[in-house]
Design a protein. Sequence first.
Length: 319
Amino acid sequence: MWTHRHLLGVESLSAADIDAVLDRAETWHALCRRTEKKSTVLKGRTIINVFFEASTRTRTSFEAAGKRLGADVVNVSSSGSSVTKGETLLDTAKNLEAMRADALVVRHASSGAIDFLASRIRASIINAGDGAHEHPTQALLDAFTIRRSKGRLEGLVVAICGDIAHSRVARSNAILLGRKGAMVRLTAPRTMLPAHAETLGPTVRVMPRFEDAVRDADVVMMLRIQNERLAGAMMSTTREYSRTYGLGPVALAKAKPDAIVMHPGPINRGVELDPHVADGNKSVILDQVEAGVAVRMAVLDLLLTGGNHTPSDALSSRP
Ligand code: CP
C-alpha cells in the first residue's frame, strides 16, 4: 500500500516503498520503449515543475514523465518568474497551488526548502533536489538501473566517489542503498567528506583511499565537484584531484570484472571521469537517464493515484 502524499527524500521511504517504486517503474520503462509512449493514468491532472536551479535531466524527465502519463505539465524557472521581483518561495508555491496544481516538482538551492513547502501546501510536493540534502528520484533511478543490471541490490558493493560533502545524490544513494542491504563505500579527499558520513546507514563505510574503495566493487558511482557550492576551494588543483580521485581505465581495473560505472550527470569529462570510461562498455550512464523517465512516472503515478490500478491496466489505458 502506498501512503505518501509527498516525496521529500528517501529518508522517509521504507524498503517496501522503494520496491513499490522500482516495480512500478518496470511497467513504465516498458511503455517508454514502445513507439506510442502514452497512458491516460494521470489524464486531467496538472503537474508544475518549479526549478530554482539549473537542470537538464531532472526537469526534462519529469516533464516527459507527466506527459507520458497523460497529465498537463507546466514549467516554471526562477529566471523567468516573479522570484526575480522579490516574491518568496512560499508565495510562489501558493500561487501555483491556487491554479489547482495537483503536484509541484521543486528544485531549490537551500537544503530543507522542499520540506518547508510540504508542511504548508496541499498539493503533492516532490523534491527534485534541495541543496546538499536529498535528490530522492536520482537515488531511485540509480537503484532501478543497478537492479536491472545486477538483478538485485542486496549484498552489492557500491563505491561512491567524489564531492560527497556537497552531494545530495550521494546522501540519498547512501541512505537508499543501505536500506536495501547494499554495502556502501564513500571516498573523497578529506575536505569533501561530511562529518559523521557513516551515520547515513549501517552499511556505509568511509574509505579515504580511492583505490581501496574501488577494489572489488560491483558498482562505481562517480560524482561531479559541486563548484556552485564552492567545492572548488576544497581541493588543491583540478589536475591533482583528477589524478587522485578521477576514474580512468587503470583505477577501474581494480573493480570487479563485471562492474558498472555510474554518474548522475552532468559529467565534467577529464576531471572525475576519463572520457574512455564515460563512453566505455561498463558505463550505464545513459541507462540511468532512460530510467529517470520511468522512475519519475512511477513516482507521479504512486503519489497521485496511490497506485490503485494494476500495471496491465496502466499499459492498456493508452488513448
Ligand atoms: N542528475 C541531475 O540531477 O541532473 P540535472 O541537474 O541535469 O537535473
